[in-house]
Write a protein that binds this ligand. Structure first.
Ligand code: NAD
Length: 374
């Protein structure tokens, strides 16, 4: 089977979906790997690195013509879908719920599409989960960005000129990104506190040496403690504000990562709370693309409101493109191995991973749920 790796075209993207190391591993498993010229350059991988690993450098046109499976990181756009042939298979993060038109287009072509972002959150899918592998890096990078934007340092420092007290960091949302943000801020010497609607994260927070701010979630329904958070009630939001405000008003850096899969992110910090924050504090809102956890954040912008610097960003994993590509490629490798036997797709629709990630099958749309407008 021929696997075609396409160069990412999205503005600012620096990652590549298959690295030379993974190309070699695929080759060892009997796959042919075609890679579009210069795909890896911005992740520090040269064409010659791919050639050495046994991949063939090809043009985009050639790849669309000859590959059985086409691989990317970002969604295929309409100009790329136009180039697909009936029966071809594509794998990328398609974000199918927010791209219904593209799914229709793929269906009209008669192609098959798997979406990496639809991976179920189950233990055996962990090594194929690109959202987790990339969020982990985002959590790390958010703290580094915070350190850069703050006018203070993180650790306690005793000097002849006086003692510097450690910075206080508050994290909303202890998922994959939040946990890594806690670990990174702790390592840098900050006093770290965190909160999450799922109380199972208390133990995870404390195991990293940070303080968990517990907000009673008893009224929020039984499955609130599963891996999928639900939309919180207004009552919960009020209780959360009450429990967290003291820490929020003392914080030097706030990192918000709270999300609800497939929904607009919850607003956790309102303007009247920002007004009471320390002058010079920094908020990094990692949920900004999904609407934002802070009422005042604007996506892809840094704004200063009431003396607080609010940065609305996704912390694109492309800012650490080498590591991000390595992890994405390893996830992709594990996924390809999972889907195939002796280099042929198994089409095991009874398997939860295949079933949930197979979005268009030979032109038939299997899942095209609408998501909440953001
Ligand atoms: P996410 O990005 O969907 O959300 C981030 C965090 O925000 C979550 O912990 C969520 O509980 C929290 N949140 C949502 N609404 C909130 C609110 N109103 N107030 C406070 N916090 C709120 O989550 P994620 O990082 O993708 O992962 C969530 C969990 O799923 C983690 O425990 C992770 O380990 C698990 N997970 C497991 C797998 C797997 O097993 N394959 C894959 C991905 C994630």
């Amino acid at each position: 089977m021929n696997i075609g790796v396409l160069k990412e075209t999205q503005k600012g993207e620096r990652r590549v979906s298959i690295t030379p190391k993974i190309a070699e591993q695929l080759k060892n498993k009997g796959f042919e790997v075609f890679i579009e010229e210069d795909s890896g350059i911005k992740s520090s991988y040269k064409n010659s690195d791919y050639s050495k690993s046994g991949a063939q450098i090809r043009t985009k046109e050639d790849i669309f013509k000859n590959a059985d499976v086409l691989i990317k990181i970002n969604p295929f756009d309409n100009s790329e879908i136009d180039l697909l042939k009936k029966g071809q298979i594509i794998i990328a993060q398609l974000f199918h719920k927010s791209h219904p038109k593209e799914m229709q287009h793929i269906s009209q072509v008669g192609a098959t599409a798997f979406s990496m972002d639809a991976m179920p959150r189950i233990s055996r899918a962990q090594d194929m989960d690109v959202l987790s592998s990339q969020s982990n890096l985002a959590g790390y990078k958010a703290v580094i960005l915070g350190a850069y934007e703050m006018t203070k340092i993180f650790p306690l420092m005793m000097t002849a000129a006086g003692t510097i007290t450690p910075s206080r960091v508050l994290i909303y949302g202890v998922g994959v990104a939040g946990l890594q943000a806690i670990a990174t801020a702790k390592r840098l010497g900050a006093i770290v506190e965190a909160t999450d609607i799922r109380l199972e994260t208390k133990e995870q927070t404390e195991s990293l040496g940070a303080k968990f701010i517990t907000v009673n979630n008893e009224d929020e329904g039984e499955d609130m403690n599963s891996v999928y958070a639900k939309v919180a009630s207004e009552d919960y939001a009020r209780r959360q504000q009450k429990a967290v405000n003291k820490s929020l008003f003392q914080a030097d850096l706030v990192i918000t990562t709270a999300m609800v899969p497939g929904r607009r992110s919850p607003v956790l910090i309102k303007e009247d709370q920002v007004k009471q924050m320390k002058n010079g504090a920094v908020i990094i809102d990692l949920a900004a693309a999904q609407g934002g956890n802070c009422e005042l954040s604007e996506f892809n912008k840094t704004v200063v409101k009431h003396g607080v610097k609010i940065i609305g960003t996704t912390i694109a994993p492309e800012s650490v493109s080498t590591n991000a590509s390595d992890l994405y490629a390893k996830n992709m490798y594990n996924y390809l191995i999972h889907l195939t036997d002796d280099n042929q797709f198994k089409w095991d629709l009874k398997d939860e991973i295949t079933d949930e990630t197979l979005i268009v099958f030979n032109g038939e749309i299997r899942q095209n749920g609408k998501t909440e407008e953001i």
